[in-house]
Design a protein around this ligand. Structure first.
Ligand SMILES: Cc1ncc(COP(=O)(O)O)c(C=O)c1O
Length: 452
């Protein structure tokens, strides 16, 4: 029989780690108190309240795959800004370009010549032929949904159960036990009942997709090619081909969001797995840490859209943003994509992710725990159940206290994992020593939980 975690031991071990965390981070603690004077929740962005120690670690400097906090603790960074810094931190080739560009002007409402170079690079990597810019992947998704509704004249969108595509209203949904759309737990202030805007289907269920799209009111399906925001759930053999066939048959535009799945290789899953989307979205790492996102489309889609985009009302079309496509963001994307996230980088990163995965597997198998660890390119994540086939199965295995313990145990020993995930991203700067440090700490954490 599979082993189980003893609740009382877990609670006690977590309390020990919280004490250790407080004792090792006095300056972060003081800063967290001062920040509460004028910052809502004491942090610049609400997600930063979610770190497991009770207050966040304030960082001093991040370089490559490592960072130092204001208490002089050093860390291996496997979070990498939840993919925003997947290239590694502080790339000199990006920072130099940014400094030069910033001195020469950032925001003008005029294009800079970097735009055309970036457009060429995006097409070479991902295959779609026309591109536009946004500041975040959230915005890029928002814009593409609007385009899809405009082009099809249909009111709804479809997404995968337990997906995440940023803070886009229509996508903050899950499926209830009857297959109906409901607000995702924790989503606040929905503009309307999301069942009015969105249909939800389970990942890896082509029949359900076919059924849902046959209502004829869905403009587009927005999906990741593998779920990466509820652990990692891989597509089953043939599933993505069926998705493309079904969406085409129902006249539904397919939007592939590769903001995380760029971890598979330089052209994301779209290139690696021969996907053929109508729209494509990516944000986070493409600016080497600078906020930037892009969305692409096929020529067919672009030809239909251009008449709307060239029309007089375009500034109130619901798409765009004053600072979108600014010269600094374009320079960052150009410098990043022309120098990193290339095949030779992935040739370094992916074997390290395999090593990380093997190390984690050894750690839980030694104690017969029924966990799994899933690798997707240079990303890997463990989860406290056997491999799920859809988001709901993965969500059923969430264990907040165990998550907090594993994260804090690692953090107290110089290793940062991605919050809301048990995920590691490997950058071009990580080494085998970094990975082995995690393997040792992971094994130690499991030993603490399983040894009487
Ligand atoms: C797949 C995916 N798309 C889009 C986003 C939104 O990115 P951002 O928060 O940078 O807008 C996320 C964020 O985690 C994501 O995981």
């Amino acid at each position: 029989m599979a082993a189980a975690i003893d609740r009382a031991r877990l609670t006690e071990a977590l309390a020990t780690e919280r004490d250790l965390f407080v004792s090792r981070h006095p300056h972060s603690y003081e800063s967290s108190l001062r920040a509460q004077r004028h910052l809502v929740t004491g942090v610049p962005m609400p997600w930063m309240t979610r770190w497991p120690g009770g207050f966040p670690v304030f960082f001093e400097e991040a370089r490559g795959a490592h960072f130092v906090d204001i208490d002089d603790n050093e860390y291996v960074d496997f979070c990498l800004g939840d993919t925003g810094a997947m290239t590694g931190h502080g790339l000199s080739q990006v920072t130099e370009v940014l400094a030069t560009r910033a001195r020469r002007g950032i925001t003008t409402m005029l294009p800079s010549t970097d735009a055309e170079v970036v457009g060429d690079e995006l097409t070479a990597r991902f295959g779609l032929s026309k591109w536009q810019f946004a500041m975040t992947a959230t915005d890029a998704n928002r814009f593409v949904l609007r385009y899809a509704r405009q082009l099809t004249g249909r009111p709804k969108i479809a997404v995968m159960d337990w997906c995440y595509h940023g803070t886009v209203d229509e996508t903050l949904v899950i499926m209830d036990e009857h297959g109906n759309t409901m607000s995702r737990p924790g989503a606040i202030g929905p503009q309307v009942d999301p069942a009015l805007t969105t249909r939800v289907v389970p990942f890896n269920d082509a029949d359900a997709l076919d059924r849902v799209l046959s209502y004829g009111d869905v403009a587009c399906l927005l999906m990741e090619p593998a779920l990466t925001n509820i652990g990692i759930v891989l597509p089953q053999e043939g599933y993505l081909e069926k998705v493309r066939e079904i969406t085409r048959r129902h006249g539904v535009l397919l939007i592939i969001d590769e903001t995380h799945t760029i971890c598979v290789g330089p052209g994301g899953c779209t290139k690696a797995w021969n996907l053929d989307p109508d729209f494509f979205v990516i944000g986070k790492p493409i600016g080497g840490g600078m906020p930037a996102a892009v969305y692409g489309m096929t020529d067919v889609v672009a030809d239909k859209l251009e008449p709307y985009l060239r029309s007089d009302g375009v500034d109130v079309s619901g798409v765009g943003g004053t600072l979108a496509g600014n010269a600094l963001a374009l320079a960052a994307v150009r410098a990043t994509l022309s120098t990193t996230l290339r095949q030779e980088d992935f040739d370094h990163m992916i074997p390290l992710a395999t090593r990380w995965t093997d190390g984690v597997r050894e750690g839980y198998e030694r104690h017969d725990l029924p966990w799994h660890v899933q690798q997707l390119g240079c990303r890997a994540e463990y989860w406290f159940c056997p491999p799920p086939t859809n988001g709901a199965q993965a969500a059923a295995a969430i264990n907040g206290e165990l998550d907090a313990f594993m994260h804090l145990f690692a953090l107290n020993r110089g290793i940062l994992l991605t919050p809301f995930h048990n995920m590691a991203l490997l950058s071009p700067f990580h080494t085998e020593q970094d990975v082995d440090a995690h393997t040792r700490v992971f094994a130690e954490a499991v030993d603490v939980l399983m040894t009487a």
